[in-house]
Design a protein around this ligand. Structure first.
Ligand code: ZN
Length: 179
């Protein structure tokens, strides 16, 4: 593999009229991105790109499946999760590149150079991976972590029992009053 060669790219000649799927497999390390590593990505990354061309417009849907290692937000136990990401972008390959469209401001709408041989999607796949990382991660099926939620429930139970006994007290007082 050439160092100059894009990790994930689609040849523009492959983008004919209609719909086509492209599958890529790489590893998290291939991105050579400390941010990807820090996010916890490790091992294989599967990428599926669905390209649909209609006239001079190409719509791309990037979907990623990658294993990621986290620490539980509650108990800090290590968790391994398979994350699914998706990202949509559009390319305009008409010659009127300078034409202003309202979507032209959007990051997902790009002008494709007529002379371009391939579309490098490495950056976009990296972004898709980053976006697939959830804000909060808590483990499931970890007894230590359940213990924590159990304590919460117990506290709730005690609270409701407390209110119940005060209600009982009130009832007793009421009974005494009318005796
Ligand atoms: Zn946990």
């Amino acid at each position: 593999m050439h160092k100059e060669h894009a990790l994930i790219a689609i040849r523009t000649t492959a983008l004919m009229q209609g719909c086509r799927d492209f599958d890529f497999t790489c590893t998290a390390g291939d991105f050579k991105d400390p941010e990807i590593k820090e996010a916890g990505f490790s091992g294989p990354v599967r990428v599926k790109v669905t390209a649909e061309r209609a006239g001079s417009e190409i719509a791309l849907l990037i979907e990623t499946v990658a294993g990621c290692d986290f620490a539980c937000d509650i108990c800090l136990a290590p968790i391994h999760r398979e994350l699914n990401g998706s990202y949509r972008l559009f390319f305009d390959c008409s010659d009127s590149g300078a034409q202003e469209t309202p979507e032209a401001d959007s990051d997902e709408y790009r002008i494709l150079d007529r002379t371009a041989v391939e579309i490098d999607l490495t950056e976009d796949v990296r972004e898709t991976l980053r976006l697939s990382v959830p804000m909060k991660v808590t483990c499931t099926g970890n007894p230590d972590c359940r213990l924590y939620t159990g304590t919460q429930e117990e506290q709730d139970e005690q609270a409701s029992e407390g209110s119940r006994s005060s209600w009982k007290d009130g009832l007793e007082k009421l009974k005494k009053k009318y005796r």
